[in-house]
Design a protein. Structure first.
Length: 362
């Protein structure tokens, strides 16, 4: 007979990547120290500052009381990644749960580091562009209408650029109270849909993969992820096909999802990496030719796991270099964008004044 406290309908809790890493790392440490599972979960629930994580652990403790294995309770709570879930399940079945939990913890840390590199490369340009947009809107809303009033009182023919800025100023002076909030709101919604919403952020991923300077960095990060995650999953005893399926589930990039799905299907049909790469014409866009050669060589020599780890290290260093170079490249580009905006306003103001002075002299 089922216990009264059994939760029949599981609830998936959303926790941040930081809290997920904290949970996985501490779970691995306590399990390795032979602390009983219920005591481990109780300790993590008490020490966690995340309310959602506390609720998830409380649900897990009830599920454990009902006789569920750890991997099943983690699946019901939804607080860990698909790779961690597979590692825990395989670890419980093989008797290597502590080792697999440590692998999962290192994976979470690696994921955080890779996300941080991408974020650090984009934070500075986004900040500068946001400040530029705010200043530009402020000038257009408050300064240009006054210039429009001044120039409208002058009996001179205004240059085209001045007329454009004056029309903008006049429009914002009359309609800025509703147009500016609408413009900012639409911009926020577009950014949310393209880059943040789980259902549609694949659009942003596709755009970034076509953005000069950013696309090579994304490919390097994905290559580093491929090497590290595949190596750790294979070391944990997972078959190549299952590891590739987990790679497909873990990445947010649509092209890489298709790439890993193709490889998993090829391996399921008995192909090797060499055969799989040769069947996919655009495979070198996902993994560079030198990487494919290293993978094939590692597969032939039986040292695939170590080869993948070497690939991860090489491309992690390349990603570090690309991140620094990207910031150096974007800095002058951003300065040029700001300079063009300032120059446009200055020319629009100076040309009518120059025309007026020339008219007075004649």
């Amino acid at each position: 007979m089922a216990k009264d406290h059994k939760i029949k309908t599981p609830h998936h809790y959303r926790v941040s990547a930081k809290n997920r890493e904290y949970f996985t790392a501490n779970l691995a440490q306590l399990i390795s120290a032979a602390v009983p599972l219920q005591d481990t979960l109780a300790s993590l629930q008490e020490s966690s500052k995340s309310r959602n994580l506390q609720k998830a652990i409380a649900q897990m403790r009830l599920d454990i009381d009902d006789g569920m294995p750890l991997w099943k309770t983690l699946q019901r709570s939804g607080i860990v990644s698909s790779q961690t879930l597979a590692l825990v399940q395989f670890g419980e079945q093989s008797g290597n749960l502590p080792e697999n939990l440590h692998i999962a913890a290192r994976q979470e840390e690696k994921q955080r580091i890779l996300r941080g590199k991408m974020g650090s490369a984009l934070t500075y340009p986004m900040f500068v562009l946001s400040i530029t947009a705010v200043v530009g809107i402020g000038v257009a809303w408050f300064l240009l209408p006054r210039l429009a009033e001044t120039f409208n009182g002058l009996d001179i023919e205004l240059p085209l650029i001045s007329r454009i800025f004056i029309n903008i100023g006049t429009f914002l002076g009359n309609n800025g109270w509703w147009f500016v909030p609408l413009f900012l709101g639409v911009g926020f919604i577009v950014a949310f849909v393209v880059f943040i919403s789980p259902k549609t952020r694949s659009i942003g991923q596709r755009l970034l993969l076509k953005t000069p300077g950013v696309a090579p960095l994304i490919h390097q990060i994905e290559t580093s992820r491929f090497g590290y995650l595949m190596s750790t999953l294979l070391n944990a005893g997972l078959p190549v096909t299952q590891a590739l399926v987990l790679m497909q589930q873990s990445t947010e990039s649509p092209p890489y999802k298709k790439f890993y799905a193709f490889l998993a299907n090829a391996f399921d049909n008995g192909d090797s990496f060499k055969t799989s790469f040769s069947k996919l014409k655009k495979s070198q866009k996902m993994l560079p030719a030198p990487v494919q050669q290293m993978v094939v060589a590692g597969e032939k020599s039986g040292n695939l796991s170590q080869t993948l780890l070497d690939i991860s290290r090489i491309y992690e260093e390349k990603a570090d270099t690309s991140t620094q170079n990207l910031e150096s490249i974007l800095e002058p580009i951003l300065l040029i964008i700001v300079w063009l905006g300032v120059l446009g306003v200055a020319v629009a103001v100076i040309l009518p004044v120059y025309s007026l002075v020339s008219g007075l002299q004649t």
